[in-house]
Write a protein that binds this ligand. Structure first.
Ligand code: GLY
Length: 348
């Protein structure tokens, strides 16, 4: 799988113009959702003005086959060929779905990702995972299909609300934990109550490079890419429980709460240092608050973790840490240990 070019862009229009000159294509298409069509596309208008615009409804609920079918139909109806280029402008929903449309249309056309949320910049738009949801199953159908380039512009961060900024930061926190003490400490010092978006830019690039470095070694998640699942086994269970209760939470919040539990398990099982556990937990509690659940929810959370698609068979698979950057993949835990982990999350 070819490596994606990650391009930090202070001059977004200029960078895109150069890319469009470099990537040979016959027709140009731009995919947005109804939010990014009005909030973000105008920033690119001078470069992509002649492109055919495809707009899909916003929100993860719309990351399904009907929206995908709409993108395929628009490409087909407006003369897209194997040599056409699709630019995906949006959050993870748009880059995932647009990437999958590009992967499948005429067996693969080139695409560029222009992520507009922090979560998409540091995670979804980078690393080549594309896909759609099937019924209530997230990312059930998809492909590994890296974009030609990912253009990262902090200009879009100004259009983001606070909860979405905070949500994206959780994936950065995860990248800090799986990389170096220095990067983790930089993130711990970042003040999310008064976010300085200029100071965030180098942290975003470092975060993306952490992910890229891992994906380069294992693009299809056979091995070390599982490091990127830290916090997600429990995090996905919290996310689904919140959705079932009719009070969905943003993905990053669920990941942050998942990190609390999985760092505790890392401490118990792998000797993750207690001071780093305390510091990370205090940071998460202050920024993300707590997830409201009781011991009556334990069985349901456990069942959700058992159904995680990262598992092999019925054994729950965790990525844990022996320390910051000391990654231990394919770890398991007993039901008792998992319930203890839930106690810790609830009590801390
Ligand atoms: N979001 C985790 C990964 O890309 O592997």
């Amino acid at each position: 799988m070819s490596k994606q070019r990650i391009i930090p862009a202070t001059d977004l229009a200029g960078v895109l113009k150069t890319l469009l000159d470099e990537i040979t294509h016959d027709r140009l298409f731009v995919l947005t959702d109804e939010h990014t069509a009005t909030l973000c596309l105008p920033l690119l208008a001078e470069v992509v003005g002649d492109a055919h615009s495809i707009v899909i409804p916003a929100g993860d609920d719309n990351k399904h086959v009907d929206s995908l079918c709409h993108v395929w139909s628009e490409l087909s109806a407006h003369g897209a060929t194997r040599h056409s280029l699709l630019i995906n402008v949006g959050g993870g929903m748009v880059t995932d779905l647009g990437g999958f449309a590009a992967a499948t249309f005429k067996r693969g056309i080139a695409c560029i990702n222009v992520p507009t949320t922090l979560l998409a910049m540091v995670d979804a738009a980078v690393g080549g995972k594309t896909g759609i949801n099937l019924h209530s199953l997230k990312n059930e159908v998809g492909a590994f299909y890296p974009a030609e380039a990912v253009v990262v512009s902090s200009q879009f961060l100004h259009t983001l609300d606070m909860p979405n900024l905070v949500s994206g930061f959780a994936e950065m926190l995860k990248h800090g934990l799986i990389s170096t003490e220095e990067h983790w400490a930089q993130l711990m010092r970042y003040d999310l109550n008064a976010p300085d978006l200029n100071a965030l830019q180098p942290l975003i690039m470092e975060s993306i490079h952490t992910k890229e470095h891992i994906v380069e070694q294992d693009p299809t998640e056979k091995n070390i890419r599982k490091a990127l699942n830290l916090g997600h086994t429990l995090g996905h269970a919290f996310e689904t429980l919140a959705m079932r209760r009719g009070a969905p939470c943003l993905h990053g919040y669920a990941v942050a709460w998942g990190l609390i539990g999985e760092l505790y398990l890392s401490h118990v099982r792998e000797g993750f240092p207690i001071d780093k556990l305390r510091q990370t937990v205090a940071f998460i509690k202050e920024v993300y608050g707590t997830f409201d659940f009781t011991c009556k929810d334990y069985e349901e959370l456990y069942a959700l973790m058992q159904h995680d698609k990262k598992n092999v068979g019925a054994t729950i698979n965790f990525t844990l840490l022996g320390g910051i950057g000391d990654i231990r993949i394919n770890r398991t835990a007993t039901k008792e240990e998992i319930f203890e982990m839930l106690d810790f999350v609830r009590e801390c």
